[in-house]
Design a protein around this ligand. Structure first.
Ligand code: ZN
Length: 317
């Protein structure tokens, strides 16, 4: 009898603090894969993250599904990008933020560092993940949002954020290194839509999108023929397709140039608004950018290691 109660007391003594630590993970819902990755990096084992938009999904066009709504009603924290990226979900999130913990993480970036939006005078280019320096600020916003919800894990979130920021800094240095090796007259990045403005600004590339900042604006025939002339005049030989946007207009461009006797090839597929497959290196923020930097660097005659910053990129991209 005595022995049993002793064991029970012992179990209680040990289980109490363990139970306090082993609090159920926070349920976090994030719109884009990039934000989901930031939440996983910073949250560690304190979070269980659901990303709504998988590989190849275009956030400009995405609308919440019924299962997304269910996930969000069960979530402790909902993270979206803002800056009009999820244009079809703006009203939904503004309504939701009256009832739930909802944070637009890219709205926290210092506005003086943002580029103007080409379609709206009062809006900004939302593609801030293309610059590791701007993405740092988003990671800090994610850290702040998680800390507000679970202040007792503040120390863990801070340590995880610092470790992730160190990786982002290393990525920024790699980008600097590879992209500065691209000859100056080759520093032209032509893609399906205008997602690479911050990238171009950071690394001195001229960026041309067939469509504007949103994939929702149609590219006219005039725009295509204007860009064909530019490819021929400037002797640009590589253009890029995007994983989340149809390659139709890029192919029209290549055919148009061929009709004028100028050969243009596809320099590779870039991750513009969505990451690579889940569970792969390219399915993380660092891997996504490593892929883009390495593909652009090697297609435009720069020096880039075959498998990227850490030799982790899949072969044959
Ligand atoms: Zn975009």
């Amino acid at each position: 009898m005595i022995r049993r109660s002793f064991l029970a007391a012992l179990a209680l003594a040990f289980s109490m603090p363990v139970a306090a630590w082993a609090e159920a993970p926070l349920k976090v819902v994030a719109t884009t894969g990039m934000i989901a990755d930031a939440a996983r990096q910073v949250g560690g084992d304190q979070v269980e993250v659901t990303g709504l938009m998988g590989p190849g999904v275009d956030p400009h066009a995405y609308r919440q599904t019924r299962s997304d709504i269910v996930a969000m009603t069960r979530a402790d924290l909902i993270l979206w990008h803002g800056l009009y990226l999820e244009a079809q979900m703006e009203d939904f999130f503004h309504d939701l933020e009256r009832k739930r913990a909802v944070v637009a993480v890219a709205e926290g970036v210092d506005k003086s560092k943002l580029r103007a939006h080409d379609d709206y005078a009062d809006k900004y280019d939302p593609h801030v993940w293309m610059s590791p320096v701007l993405w740092r600020e988003v990671v800090l916003e994610v850290q702040g949002a998680l800390t507000d919800i679970r202040p007792e894990a503040a120390g863990l979130f801070a340590a995880n954020a610092q470790a992730h920021l160190a990786d982002i800094d290393r990525l920024a240095a790699y980008a600097e290194n590879v992209l500065s090796s691209v000859p100056e007259n080759s520093r032209v990045l032509l893609t399906a839509h205008d997602a690479f403005g911050y990238f171009g600004q950071s690394y001195g590339f001229e960026v041309l999108g067939i469509q504007g900042i949103s994939t929702q604006s149609e590219a006219g025939l005039n725009r295509i023929s204007e860009l064909v002339d530019l490819l021929v005049d400037r002797q640009i030989t590589a253009v890029f397709v995007e994983s989340s946007v149809s390659d139709r207009s890029i192919r029209a461009l290549i055919e148009g140039a061929a009709a004028k006797g100028h050969k243009v090839t596809i320099g590779g597929e870039l991750f513009s608004d969505a990451m690579g497959a889940e569970g792969t290196y390219e399915g993380t923020y660092i891997g996504m950018l490593d892929h883009n930097i390495t593909v652009i660097g090697s297609a435009l005659n720069g020096d880039a290691p075959g498998r990227g910053m850490d030799g982790k990129l899949s072969a044959g991209f």
